[in-house]
Design a protein around this ligand. Structure first.
Ligand code: NAD
Length: 486
C-alpha cells in the first residue's frame, strides 16, 4: 500500500537538494505496517561525480578555516541536534522499525560523537620536541586528507553517519555521504540541520543509492578515504577495492557477539542484560548478543528465568511505548530469519521460545518475536552466521576456559561480554577473549565516542577504527618536520 503523500528523497549536492539522475526507484516501507512512506532513486555515476566535484571545490576553502572556527560550527550543530532529539528518534523508528526507546538511545549516541568532534582542536594537535639535535627541532603536524566518503548501513541511520562526517569535517575534510537505500529518510534532516548550523556549501554532500554509488566512490580518483560500515562481504569488497585504488579505508563489518555467563553472576541482572542485548533493536545491532555460553552449574536456572522473562516481551510497532521488539527491516529479511529458525530446529537445537508465529496480531509488518534456542552447537548455522534478528543461541559449557575457547572459534570478533562477580574470571576473559570490544557485566560493550570503535577478525577490515583518537588519525595525514635555522 502506498500512502497518499509519498516523498521522493533527493540528493544534496553543493548548496541544494537535487533530483537524482537514477531511473531505478525503490519503495521505502514502514517496517511496522508495510506502508510505503517514501521512495528513493538509486543514483548513478554522474551523481557521484557531481557530489565529489562539489566536495572538492569546497575543500579549497574549508581546509583553511581555522580549526577552532570549524569546531564552532559543530557546537551549533550539536545544539540543533539536541533540540530535535524527539523528532529524529521518531524518524528512525518510522524508517527502521526499532522501538522509540532504542531510537532515542541511538540519537543520544550519535550526539555524543558530535560532542567529541567539537574537541578537534585538542584531538588534532601534533607533537613537538625541541632540540632533537644541536639547533634542530622536530615536530609532527596533522592535516586533512581532502574529500572523504562515508557508506552506512540500515540499522543505525543516525549514529553511524555521525561516526563519520562530523569528525572528518572538523578535521578539515569535505564529505560525500551515502546512507543505506533502505533507510534514507533521516539523512535529509541530518543534512538540513547541518546547513542550518551555518556550514559553507559543499562541505557535506548526500547521494542516495546502492552498490553503483558505492562502486562509483571506490573508483573515484578524487576520494582520498572511505569509511564503511555494513555487512562482512561488502566490507571486504570495499576494503579490497578501495585500498587497491590507493585510498585509505576503514570497513567495519558484520558480527556474532557472544556472552559467557558464569555461575557466580548476578542472575537477574544477567538475564535482563542478555535480553536487552539480544532482543533490543530487534537484534539488528552489530553489537547484539547472539550467543550465550552458559556454564553448566547455572544453565538451568539461567534458562528458566531467561525464557520466562523473554515470553513477556511485546513485539509490535516501535511507536507504541509498550513495544520491546519492533519489526525487522524488510519482509525478505523476516523470511530469511524464519528460515534460520527452521534450520536450528532441523539441526537439533531446542527451540525454547519461538518468534516465528506472531503474524496474526500484526498482519502487515515484518515481525519476528524474540526467539531462544538451547543446546546449540558450533556446527549449526544458527551458531555460525550473523542472523541479525532477535534470535539467541544458548550453548552449555563446562567452565570459563571452554566458554572462551568456543567463543574464539567464531569467524567474527566484534564484541564479547562476561557476566561474573569474580575479578579473576573477568581478568582471564579480558586477556584471552578475541574481540575488539569487551564487556564485564555490561550488556552491550559499545565504547563511548571518545574511545575507538572496531572489531577484530572478519568484523573489521582496516587499521584505525571509528571515533576517538583513531577517528582523528584516520581523517588526517601527518608531516614530520625536522628544522634548523641559521
Ligand atoms: P549492507 O552491507 O547490506 O549495506 C551497507 C552499505 O553497503 C549500504 O549503504 C549498501 O547500499 C551498500 N551495499 C550493499 N550491498 C553492496 C554491494 N554488493 N556492493 C557495494 N555496496 C553495497 O549492510 P546492512 O544490511 O545495511 O547493515 C547490516 C550489517 O552492518 C550487519 O552485518 C551489521 O553487523 C553491520 N554493522 C556493523 C557495524 C560495526 O560497527 N561493525 C555497525 C553497524 C552495522
Amino acid at each position: 500500500m502506498i500512502s497518499s503523500e509519498v516523498k521522493v528523497m533527493k540528493n544534496y549536492i553543493g548548496n541544494k537538494w537535487v533530483e537524482s539522475s537514477g531511473r531505478e526507484m525503490v519503495d521505502i516501507p514502514n517496517p511496522a505496517t508495510g506502508e510505503t512512506i517514501a521512495q528513493v532513486a538509486l543514483s548513478e555515476k554522474e551523481d557521484v561525480d557531481r557530489a565529489v566535484a562539489a566536495a572538492k571545490e569546497a575543500y579549497g576553502h574549508w581546509s583553511t578555516v581555522p580549526v577552532p572556527n570549524r569546531a564552532r560550527y559543530l557546537f551549533q550543530y550539536l545544539q540543533l541536534l539536541k533540540e530535535h532529539k524527539a523528532e529524529l528518534a521518531k524518524i528512525i523508528t518510522l524508517e527502521n522499525g526499532k522501538s522509540l526507546r532504542d531510537a532515542e538511545g541511538e540519537v543520544q549516541r550519535g550526539i555524543e560523537v558530535v560532542e567529541l568532534a567539537t574537541s578537534t582542536p585538542n584531538l588534532m594537535m601534533g607533537d613537538a620536541l625541541p632540540s632533537i639535535a644541536k639547533g634542530i627541532d622536530g615536530s609532527i603536524w596533522r592535516y586533512p586528507l581532502g574529500v572523504v566518503a562515508g557508506i552506512t548501513p540500515f540499522n543505525f541511520p543516525m549514529m553511524v553517519p555521525l561516526w563519520m562526517y562530523p569528525l572528518a569535517i572538523a578535521c578539515g575534510n569535505t564529505f560525500v555521504l551515502k546512507t543505506s537505500e533502505r533507510t534514507p529518510i533521516l539523512a535529509e534532516r541530518l543534512v538540513d540541520l547541518f546547513y542550518q548550523s551555518g556550514f559553507p556549501e559543499g562541505v557535506l554532500n548526500l547521494v542516495h543509492g546502492a552498490k553503483d554509488v558505492v562502486n562509483g566512490l571506490l573508483d573515484h580518483p578524487d576520494i582520498e578515504a572511505i569509511s564503511f560500515v555494513g555487512s562482512e562481504p561488502v566490507a571486504k569488497h570495499v576494503y579490497q577495492t578501495g585500498t587497491a585504488n590507493g585510498k585509505r579505508v576503514q570497513a567495519l563489518a558484520g558480527a556474532k557477539n557472544h556472552a559467557v555467563v558464569m555461575p557466580d553472576c548476578d542472575l537477574e541482572k544477567t538475564v535482563q542484560g542478555v535480553i536487552g542485548a539480544a532482543f533490543g533493536s530487534s537484534g539488528e545491532r552489530c553489537m547484539a548478543c547472539s550467543v550465550v555460553a552458559v556454564v553448566d552449574d547455572i544453565a538451568d536456572d539461567f534458562l528458566d528465568l531467561l525464557t520466562s522473562e523473554t515470553k513477556k516481551l511485546k513485539a509490535g510497532d516501535g511507536m507504541d511505548e509498550s513495544t520491546f521488539v519492533g519489526p525487522v527491516i524488510r519482509e525478505s529479511h523476516k523470511e530469511k530469519v524464519i528460515s534460520y529458525i527452521d534450520s536450528g530446529v532441523e539441526e537439533g537445537a531446542d527451540l525454547l521460545v519461538d518468534g516465528r508465529y506472531i503474524e496474526e496480531e500484526t498482519p502487515d509488518g515484518y515481525y519476528v518475536g524474540a526467539t531462544i534456542f538451547d543446546h546449540v552447537t558450533p556446527n549449526m548455522k544458527i551458531w555460525q552466521d550473523e542472523i541479525f534478528a532477535p534470535v539467541l543461541s544458548v550453548v552449555r559449557v563446562k567452565d570459563l576456559e571452554a566458554g572462551i575457547a568456543l567463543t574464539n572459534q567464531s569467524k567474527f570478533a566484534n564484541g564479547a561480554v562476561i557476566y561474573t562477580s569474580s575479578g579473576k574470571y573477568a581478568q582471564i576473559f579480558r586477556e584471552k577473549i578475541d574481540a575488539g570490544m569487551v564487556g564485564v557485566n555490561v550488556n552491550v560493550p559499545a565504547p563511548m565516542a571518545f574511545f575507538a570503535f572496531a572489531g577484530n577478525k572478519a568484523s573489521f577490515y582496516g587499521d584505525l577504527g571509528t571515533n576517538g583518537k583513531d577517528g582523528v588519525q584516520f581523517y588526517t595525514r601527518k608531516k614530520v618536520v625536522t628544522e634548523r635555522w641559521f
